[in-house]
Write a protein that binds this ligand. Sequence first.
Ligand code: F6P
Length: 323
Amino acid sequence: VTKIGVLTSGGDSPGMNAAIRAVVRTGNYYGLEVFGIMRGYSGIIDNDIVPMHSRSVANIIQRGGTILKTARCKEFFTPEGRQKAYNNLKKLGIDGLVIIGGDGSFRGADIFSREFDIPCIGLPGTIDKDIAGTDFTIGFDTAVNTAVEAIDKIRDTADAHDRLFIIEVMGRDAGYIALHSGIATGAEHILIPERKTDIEELVASLQEKERRKKLVNMVVVAEGDEFGGANEVAKVVKERLPTTDTRVCILGHIQRGGSPTCLDRLIASRMGYAAVESLLEGRHNVMVGILNNRMHYTLLERAVKSKQKISEEWIKIVKILAS
Ligand code: F6P
């Protein structure tokens, strides 16, 4: 490899800039030419590709979002789109790609690197932490800390008014943001897609808390919860607990923005560095992850959405601590 391209794809996540910086600077260190590809795979198809140097990534390690912008590109999922992309890369002589994104982005890279002789390395960049083959995804720690800060603030006002709050956090069909932020804020209930939502159990528990005059209650709901998110849960709760003062708060995209935490900057830097090393070592078609504090390489086709079981122990801890 002599010329590599780096792109961010799918939903942005805090720490993507730190990863871009690491790719560019490690590439430069090893004498590679590095190109930044704008707006994910669309940038390859539209030839929106810019040379990057050490200075192009100055002052970005602390910034949220992605300086390369991001997109979910449908055209790349067509054979014609990928052919166009390949032709554009060939013209520039780009012979390696680093893709920072989630499982959808890896699926695209997997198909592409099977069809054409361009090695692709994936870096897990998503706030959802739903990728197999890594303990960390770039952005999760920041998102969860943002959620914690927000939920703490909601608890202040909930306490002042003796209210029940039903708070929805992101995560698509994974419950990690809900589980981690819920535990860290002392939520009374946490509803996640990995576990069946027993709405009757929730109602009974809230009624019992009402009897005990436990008046401040926080329910953290993952957006992908089978019940359909905070508004749906609130409908039932308001009907069954008509005297309880209930409010809904959907945290939404604030969870995707902001300056990355130290942990996200660290893993992004480590993974960005490892991506370039991987290309130089001749690896292709893998995602770089960190498992048990060591670099771990997963074939892109296996770096899919993880359906990890959430430990029942956590669920028990939530119940005991929120009593
Ligand atoms: O995958 C990241 C994520 O923020 C999910 O948690 C959420 O479901 C989704 O993206 C939202 O996507 P969009 O920004 O396109 O609405």
